[in-house]
Design a protein around this ligand. Structure first.
Ligand SMILES: NC(=O)c1ccc[n+]([C@@H]2O[C@H](COP(=O)([O-])OP(=O)(O)OC[C@H]3O[C@@H](n4cnc5c(N)ncnc54)[C@H](O)[C@@H]3O)[C@@H](O)[C@H]2O)c1
Length: 324
């Protein structure tokens, strides 16, 4: 059976997903929603798909098995509600919004209208072989402390640099590390964050996001974690990862490698899988068969990651610890 997929968004990541879908057998891109019909039409030429101005226009005209939502954080809400109302499954890029309230509202609406709707969220690192290796080897109860980071440069996208549009770096980008922490070490119960704007607008025009920050997280197991981020580095310079310090040894994960150090023993595993491909396959399999067991992050689970990253912002703004 050929799956007919619609796409919302015409930017970088809409292109990444559209290319993956176009390269998959028995998948057809049915339509593209842009911020204007013309933008959708232009983006759609490569995939022989028509453009639309809104999800409702696309869904009125096309039979859709699912929709990929690839829009910036501030553009979420109405798109998801429209799809839920029509019972159309979706894969949505992280993060789910700029705050935690909107995703919770969407989740409540989903539970009411379409509780079994198939959803997937773009926390693609969960699909890496090395993350699966960590899941098998790490016992959350044996973790003492975890440290993570996302240290990079200031992205070019105008929306990314505006707090009200992106939610800031921790919500927009470092969310990947928070999500991995939850996936591998369990739920978070308290956060305390310190953020600052070290090099404000003189260096980056029209920017109001914090450019440095560090967040301490207390986990339900009793372990603690610290995750820091910055976007002050020069273009192309950066480092991101998550390390676990356990009674059995040290596990250091980056997107390319996993290094395991035990007494008199050291192993390094290069990441060889393409997690985006695995994420796509799991979602398409769920659409075809109804078997969602391969989807490693769904909307309800991603709401919990969003709750942690938004609590960190609230903590940074108020100077208080936030209990979840
Ligand atoms: N999982 C990953 O590895 C990964 C990587 C990159 C981006 N992303 C996520 O994907 C999302 C999009 O990022 P991007 O890099 O493609 O951004 P982008 O700026 O390249 O593109 C965003 C697109 O969304 C469109 N848009 C905005 N509001 C819209 C609306 N209401 N309806 C339709 N289109 C709308 C814009 O016109 C633009 O074409 C972000 O949330 C980002 O975090 C995820």
């Amino acid at each position: 059976m050929t799956l007919r997929i619609g796409i919302v968004g015409t930017g970088w990541f809409a292109g990444k997903h559209a290319d993956l879908l176009a390269a998959t057998e028995d998948v057809e891109i049915a339509g593209i929603v842009g911020s204007s019909k013309n933008k959708g039409d232009v983006f759609g030429i490569r995939y022989d798909a028509p453009g639309y101005e809104s999800v409702s226009d696309m869904a009125d005209e096309q039979v859709l098995d699912a929709v990929y939502i690839c829009v910036p954080p501030m553009a979420h809400g109405e798109i998801e509600r429209e799809l839920i109302g029509r019972g159309i499954p979706f894969l949505v890029e992280k993060p789910l919004g700029t705050d935690a309230e909107l995703p919770q509202d969407v989740l409540g609406f989903m539970r009411l209208k379409s509780p079994d709707l198939i959803t997937s969220v773009g926390y693609h690192f969960r699909y890496q072989d090395n993350v699966e290796r960590l899941r098998e080897a790490l016992h959350p109860g044996r973790i003492g402390i975890a440290t993570g980071m996302w240290m990079g440069d200031m992205p070019q996208a105008e929306w990314w640099r505006r707090q009200e549009k992106s939610g800031g770096q921790f919500i927009e980008q470092t969310t990947h590390i928070v999500d991995l922490l939850r996936h591998l070490a369990g739920e978070v119960e308290e956060v305390h964050a310190v953020y600052a704007s070290r090099f404000p607008e003189e260096e980056w025009e029209q920017t109001n996001v914090h450019d440095i920050g560090t967040v301490t997280l207390k986990l339900k197991t009793g372990a603690v974690a610290n995750i820091s981020n910055t976007c002050v580095l020069p273009p192309g310079v950066g480092k991101a990862g998550l390390s676990f310090y356990t009674r059995e040894g040290l596990w250091e994960w980056t997107s390319g490698h996993l290094k395991v150090t035990k007494v008199n023993e050291e192993s390094v595993f290069a990441e060889e899988s393409d997690p985006y491909e695995k994420q796509t396959k799991a979602f398409l399999h769920a659409l075809r068969t109804g078997d969602t067991s391969g989807i490693l992050s769904d909307y309800a689970d991603a709401c919990k990651t969003q709750e942690v990253t938004f609590a960190a912002l609230q903590s940074a703004l108020s100077g208080r610890s936030i209990k979840l």
